[in-house]
Design a protein around this ligand. Structure first.
Ligand SMILES: Nc1ncnc2c1ncn2[C@@H]1O[C@H](COP(=O)(O)OP(=O)(O)O)[C@@H](O)[C@H]1O
Ligand SMILES: [Mg+2]
Length: 304
């Protein structure tokens, strides 16, 4: 499997061609870090609704990237295309620079991408440890595990407890059913599970939408800890204060595509909302231009 490609033998003097000394082709610029997960020209149609309309996407190493946009802008569809929930009609997804086509969410998971969906995917009647290992149970050693399929509950409980402690998630006993937890604690279990298994990316679709102030704060802390472990996070949210509190960069999605990517420190919340609604446009130099003066004055961001 290491011989030269057929066209080499046909087009060159085979005797003078040494495959071992071949120079690498177009080395990447050392200055630009490679996105962990990226996409170009994604398209997804549902009948005559275009949910994703030639969208681009880039998640950089070590960042919390917020994805914001109006209801119906296509945020969830974008995430589904990136995490294998469906195959886009057009466009390309890359993981660590290599084109990839996930066969399904399990396949994305096998590639290190964990997603916490908008509608919580925890099993309410099962305990915390069982939820952490849902679909990835540890079996007992020997025939007890391989033939009788017995679970190693002790090992799972110990590992789950260690992991929750490492993430500073306070949930009391690891053996209590998830249905006895508050909404915030359940969300924390879902996020902790994602953090436990993710090797490349954690994706969260509106993780604080149903939570109170204190619980939201706990989930935001947890997101920070996941980032501090070195795993980049995609956070879909339309809670602008949360986005400004936690995001390193903000991907603004509008009408099915990426409208802009900004740093929260460079813009006010009102400006970002105005970009989201199309009242303001972003120039290549990062400045804003009024795209819709009625909408911009309504948003209080006209003039400058
Ligand atoms: N399963 C589906 N079938 C038909 N239309 C859909 C489906 N999912 C999303 N859409 C449509 O695609 C567009 C984008 O939706 P979505 O990705 O959920 O946006 P967001 O998450 O930003 O609110 C909307 O017009 C929505 O109605
Ligand atoms: Mg959505």
């Amino acid at each position: 499997m290491t011989g030269p490609a057929p066209h080499d033998a046909a087009s060159h003097d085979a005797a003078s061609h040494d495959p071992a000394s071949a120079a690498p082709v177009s080395p990447a610029s050392p200055a630009a870090p490679e996105p962990v997960l990226s996409a170009r020209g994604l398209v997804k149609r549902y009948g005559h609704v275009t949910a994703i309309d030639h969208a681009d996407f880039d998640l950089m190493p070590g960042e919390v990237l917020a994805v914001i946009g109006d209801n119906g802008a296509g945020k969830t569809s974008l995430i589904k295309a990136l995490t294998g929930a469906f195959v886009p009609d057009a466009g390309e997804v890359r993981l660590h620079g290599r084109p990839i086509r996930f066969a399904g969410p399990q396949d994305a998971r096998a590639h290190g991408i964990e997603t916490v969906y908008q509608d919580l995917a925890v099993a309410a009647s099962m305990d915390i440890a069982s939820n952490m290992f849902l679909g990835r149970e540890i079996r007992r050693a020997g025939v007890l595990g391989s033939v009788f399929r017995l679970l190693d509950k002790k090992a799972m409980r110990r590992q789950a407890a260690d992991h929750m402690a490492a993430l500073k998630v306070g949930v009391g006993s690891i053996t209590q059913p998830v249905e006895t937890l508050s909404g915030g604690q359940r969300q924390a279990v879902a996020v902790a599970r994602a953090a436990a298994w993710a090797r490349s990316v954690v994706v969260m679709d509106e993780p604080t939408a149903a939570l109170g102030v204190k619980e939201s704060g706990q989930v935001l802390d947890l997101i920070r800890r996941v980032r501090d472990k070195g795993i980049p996070v995609i956070l879909i949210s339309h809670n602008m204060p949360h986005v400004f509190e936690i995001a390193d960069r903000v991907h603004v999605h509008r009408l099915g595509r990426r409208e802009a990517v900004i740093k929260p420190s460079d813009y006010s919340m009102a400006e970002v909302v105005a970009i989201m609604t199309g009242a303001l446009g972003v120039r290549p130099d990062g400045g804003t231009v009024v795209a819709d003066s009625d909408a911009a004055s309504a948003a209080g961001v006209l003039g400058s």
